[in-house]
Design a protein around this ligand. Sequence first.
Ligand code: ADP
Ligand code: NI
Length: 221
Amino acid sequence: MDIVSRTADYVKSKFYGEGSGHDWWHIHRVYETSLQIMEREHHDGVNKEVVALAALLHDIADWKFNNGDDEAGPSAAAEWLESQQASPSVIESVCKIIRHLSFKGAGVPTPMDNLEGKIVQDADRLDAIGAIGIARAFAYGGYKNREMFDSEILLQSHQTAAEYKAQQSTTVNHFYEKLLLLRDRMNTETGKKIAEERHHFMVQFLEQFFRESHDEACWHA
Ligand code: ADP
Ligand code: NI
């Protein structure tokens, strides 16, 4: 078995059955989407092994540690890759990608200077938007015991999805602080195209969500 297959088995055994939005199928989709983007971008000299390993290992620290340490991911990935005798240059590239992958807030740039990283970052972000992104956000919100939305606000102000003003720590708020910003953060042309459709679906979902919440608010007024 090659190192990519061994890594897939390892990651699958760690993540299988996870319920917080970081399950094996998230990793699997990021892996498959990364390979698809790589094929469509037609760039010479992309290191396929680095793309595959970075996609498979990008969330490894979410299973192993949970202390908000930026180096937890890269060091867990390096430990595994060393145990598999990966070359030092592959280990270095994969760790660098994992280190720079995450969205760190609206105003915080997360530059990725290599094509392999741009591809995996796009694939990870695509999985946070669209129908699957919506499902993951509510799954994560439930896991963290978060409120979906504060309907009280609608009784006072009749804001629409487009007029939404931030509330604290509800899952709907997460769309405005992160998910709706991802479309404009895509690196590759392929990623941008897929993001466009998924973004549109989220906007429609929010409009409908607000409409239904307004109806409910009116009945109780
Ligand atoms: P990634 O896998 O892209 O590194 P994160 O670890 O930030 O993503 O989050 C995992 C999933 O949980 C994503 O789908 C993300 O949108 C969702 N999520 C993260 N923070 C929140 C939040 N505060 N409310 C709802 N969903 C969240
Ligand atoms: Ni991820």
